[in-house]
Design a protein around this ligand. Structure first.
Ligand code: AMO
Length: 444
């Protein structure tokens, strides 16, 4: 009888383990990977192997047989045995002098083009069509490795700060964010929606856990195709109780970003190098009120204020430029957004009830986060719902939070794809969504 013990049964060595082999262990080493690229040098060839955590160079002495040609085909999955030696010119500083290659599997068709170039020379549109293949490109797969690494950093920070991870429903009975960008579903004859955010649930869980977070997909039926909107994106949400003001939320986010960037530098230096990223360094992030930011931009760039209630993308870009110039900061918190543009759960500013105790975080001139303090008082919440033209009876389960008591609280939602997009200086959000969903795309 086979018994699973949980012990290591795949004996392949990672790149770190290959590098750490002692002199007397370096002969007759076996490792596996996919042939990423073959560089024919005449008598010998460099085989670049794509492994779990990077590329390894193998040196293979050729015999020019037909069999060899098949064996060295790109995307062959192979097991290779040979001698490991240091080679500073090779990626990762080692190479394997090949003695034996065993082909484990071969593609049935050759790739439409070589995917081993640093950046693929095709349009984003075409590249997305064949993402199952282009993700094998080392740069491309590094982008999504970075996404995963950032989430690890955030998670570690939030856990260290007492947050509990939650998993909330994505099929819901009511929209949390208002507006028309909500997907409708037929749920066994009942009207249902795809969650635009975990807003109601994360607030509901504040009286339970005090601090909660969720990193999960959310859905927006945006009808327009822009370079910064997806119909499904990953939202990094947290919510915290007993805040004194929304500045506590702002501070938590600043701490989270600082921690995450340090975490990346400590644990993913090679990845950052591969992507050519310089992480922003900062001790603090400047804050500016919405109205002042608008006026500053109008004055400095000689622009008319067209929409007094929201920031146009161009205004965000200019605020980013202005704060980079004047404060050397890639980040800026824009605070106190107008009531008119904020959802019903946002708390009004007691000093001026046309504005809310809310904020956006702009990074390199683009909104990446929205957050703020929420209404925690039942009567105030019901009143605000009615003011916004909503029916409190539609929100019965959400309102239990207010009815049965909850602390002053606030939180935020960050678009993960937008953060990565700005970090790697991509112009289109589809470059940082693994399998993007937009108005025309359900595949791959
Ligand atoms: P909001 O709707 O502003 O706020 O969304 C929060 C953040 O999510 C990102 N984002 C998007 N990313 C890609 N495609 C989209 N269509 C898209 N829409 C939004 C942005 C944005 O800043 N519940 C609140 C958050 C809160 O207050 O806790 C909310 O969802 O980066």
């Amino acid at each position: 009888m086979v018994k699973a013990t949980g012990e290591r049964t795949i004996m392949d060595l990672s790149i770190e383990e290959l590098k750490a082999l002692k002199d007397d262990e370096r002969k007759n080493v076996t490792t596996h990977g996919t042939i990423y690229n073959v560089r024919d040098m005449g008598d010998f060839a460099f085989i670049i192997l794509r492994k779990i955590n990077g590329l390894v160079q193998c040196v293979y002495t050729k015999n020019n047989s037909e069999e060899e040609k098949k064996m060295l085909q790109e995307e062959n999955c192979i097991r290779v045995t040979g001698e490991v030696r240091d080679e500073q010119r090779a990626v990762n500083g080692i190479e394997i002098l090949v003695e034996k290659i065993e082909v484990l599997s071969s593609p049935s068709e050759e790739l439409p083009f070589s995917i081993s170039k640093r950046k693929l020379n095709i349009s984003l549109e075409n590249e997305i069509e064949i993402r199952p293949v282009t993700l094998r490109n080392e740069y491309k797969r590094s982008v999504f490795k970075l996404q995963a690494a950032i989430v690890r950093g955030f998670r570690e920070y939030l856990e260290n700060n007492g947050f509990t991870e939650i998993f909330t429903p994505k099929i819901v009975a009511a929209g949390a964010e208002g507006g028309a960008n909500i997907f409708k579903l037929d749920y066994f004859g009942k009207k249902a929606f795809l969650a635009q955010s975990p807003q109601f649930y994360k607030q509901t869980l504040v009286p339970v856990y005090e601090r909660v977070y969720e990193i999960a997909p959310v859905f927006r039926a945006e009808k327009h195709d822009t370079a910064r909107h997806l119909n499904e994106y990953v939202s990094v949400d947290f919510e915290m109780g007993y805040i004194n003001s929304f500045y506590d939320v702002i501070n938590m986010e600043t701490g989270m970003l600082k921690y995450c960037f340090d975490f990346l530098e400590k644990n993913y230096a090679l990845l950052l190098k591969k992507l050519g990223i310089e992480l922003p360094k900062f001790d603090s992030i400047p804050c500016v009120k919405f109205r002042e930011a608008k006026e500053m931009v109008a004055a400095k760039y000689n622009r008319k204020i067209k929409d007094p209630y929201d920031l146009e993308p161009e205004e965000e870009r200019l605020i980013g430029e202005l704060f980079k110039e004047d404060h050397g900061s890639d980040f800026v918190f824009v605070t106190h957004y107008p009531v008119k543009k904020r959802p019903f759960y946002a708390m009004d500013d007691p000093e001026d009830n046309k504005y809310t105790l809310s904020f956006d975080l702009l990074f390199k001139g683009m909104e990446i986060t929205t957050g703020g303090q929420r209404i925690h008082d039942y009567d105030a919440q019901v009143k605000k719902m009615i003011f916004k033209g909503l029916y409190p009876e539609d929100f019965e389960s959400y309102l239990m939070l207010h009815k049965y008591g909850c602390p002053p609280h606030g939180g935020l939602g960050m678009g993960l794809e937008r953060l990565v997009m700005k970090l790697i200086d991509e112009k289109n959000i589809r470059a940082t969504s693994m399998f993007p969903r937009d108005t025309t795309r359900l595949n791959p």
